[in-house]
Design a protein around this ligand. Sequence first.
Ligand code: ADP
Ligand code: MG
Length: 262
Amino acid sequence: MSADTELLRTEGLAKTFGRGCEEVRAVAGVDLALRRGEITALVGQSGSGKSTLGRLLLRLLDPTEGRVLFDGQDVTAVRGSARRDYWREVQAVFQDPFAAFHQYRRVEATLATALRLLPAATRADGRPLMEAALAAVGLDAAETLAKRPHELSGGQRQRVMLARALMLRPRLLIADEATSMLDASVRVTVLNLLADLRDEQGMTVLFVTHDLGQAYYLADRIAVMHRGAIVESGPAERVVASPEHEYTRSLLADVPKLHRSG
Ligand SMILES: Nc1ncnc2c1ncn2[C@@H]1O[C@H](COP(=O)(O)OP(=O)(O)O)[C@@H](O)[C@H]1O
Ligand SMILES: [Mg+2]
């Protein structure tokens, strides 16, 4: 695959925590490519290294080995202002949106924190950016901006965090168990929203989940992670219809029934 079709790729990416007999090889030599305008699901049970891989891609962690290439550029070691530039392109939403909010801060102030990543000239125009991003996630700006986190439902909080990420118009969105804590009906709304972002804005998404059912519902491609390694990856239909790896088959055995979006 060429740099034209892929937005991000990793080469031999590894992360080891601790040392000696306490050593944990959380990510163990991962070659992963994320194609532009596609949703790739990273699936594996708890502890398989998914979040560590996500944090390496986000440059929140330094790898022990390997490289991360974004749009053909080596971003493995970016820091300072170069890392802030990278965060305009690559945004994330995590499992617990409540944890990401300041308890007493209104939604407007929470959204404003993302604007610090924008060049000063654009920052003055924060309000329209907030309104557009809230509209994109199906929230009414006039109603939502003045609210505090406890006045929102779990689904609304997760959509606010998504809006915060989208305000910067990132090219890559990493969603790490972002729908895991939501009720089934709200979850479907958020999953469909991610599909719309792909279809309408060509956004590239890495959808991290322990739930193969959600991965299959949403993703174009599935990468299966086990003990720090990608054991299998391919088109979602193929991975589910004819899994090549024993571990993928064991994950499939836990899913009662599979549905696709759209
Ligand atoms: N900061 C850390 N320090 C030490 N070990 C860690 C740290 N973060 C993750 N790990 C370990 O790395 C492994 C992978 O964890 P994680 O990436 O969170 O997996 P997942 O997201 O798939 O549940 C686990 O064994 C976990 O305990
Ligand atoms: Mg995790």
